[in-house]
Design a protein. Structure first.
Length: 258
């Protein structure tokens, strides 16, 4: 009799647990705020391309902003899981950069794509922005094909990335220095002079996790499946939704994968 009661109790608890899981449903999509604009790039083509294709790989939605005005509000990133910067403004008002920097510093997951690393070169706070990005860089090689090499094959972000991957054309940003805590993931040997430059890494800006890559000037790189998955994994990683195997944790796969 006692064993029967125990079995019934366990089955009841299991049934309640299953009902709770079913009622909760799948996780809500990550909410991303994507900033573009500033010239030098075809953001009218790049932004919708990235939004469409990243949403196929990750359970995520994007709001796209093509100017600096939202950053006038110090709470511009409230309600978002991650802020993605893919812009190329030469300068910005101090309050705009202060709000962006403070948002990452206080823990908001942040992604830097391509020219975000070169942005705000004419602003007094450029040193702070470079620290947030994790790398100091001022110039790039000419636009040309080059080969990307692995630096950390076991990192979940780049575990899938083929060593020796080639882009038919991009801008190789020259590394001046890296933040001491930066985890370097991918590098390129310059076809021009043989110097090596880091093109993908992670770091922290105070409390905020940061993923960055200088790849992605135009559609030649940005249409590559390897590049899109690199960005997808970078976003998942800073949001704590990337598994050790390099795949999204359950519920955060895109509809293309689910």
């Amino acid at each position: 009799m006692t064993l029967t009661i125990l079995r019934r109790g366990l089955l009841a608890v299991l049934a309640l647990s299953l009902c709770s899981v079913h009622a909760a449903g799948p996780p809500k999509p990550l909410r991303a705020l994507l900033f573009v604009g500033g010239g030098y790039h075809d953001y009218a083509t790049l932004a919708p391309h990235l939004v469409t294709n990243l949403s196929r790989l990750v359970n995520i939605t994007f709001d796209v902003k093509d100017n600096l005005e939202p950053l006038r509000d110090p709470k511009f990133a409230d309600g978002y899981d991650v802020v993605v910067y893919d812009w190329c403004f030469d300068q910005a008002p101090d309050d705009v950069l202060d709000h962006a920097l403070k948002t990452t510093a206080e823990g908001k997951p942040t992604v830097m794509i391509h020219c975000a690393v070169h942005a705000f070169r004419n602003s007094p706070k450029i040193g702070d922005w470079e620290t947030c990005c994790g790398m100091r860089s001022k110039v790039h090689d000419k636009y040309e094909p080059f080969t990307v090499q692995q630096l950390d094959p076991e990192n979940p972000i780049t575990k899938f990335f083929p060593d020796g991957w080639k882009t038919p054309g991009d801008e190789l940003y020259q590394t001046i220095s890296m933040q001491t805590d930066a985890q370097q993931l991918l590098k390129v040997k310059s076809p021009q002079d043989g110097h090596e430059h880091v093109v993908c890494w992670t770091c922290r800006y105070k409390k905020g996790p940061v993923f960055a890559t200088t790849l992605g000037h135009d559609m030649k790189t940005s249409t590559a499946p390897e590049y899109l998955r690199l960005l997808a994994n970078g976003i998942l990683s800073v949001c704590g939704k990337l598994g050790a195997d390099g795949n999204p944790v359950a519920g955060y796969e895109g509809p293309k994968v689910r």
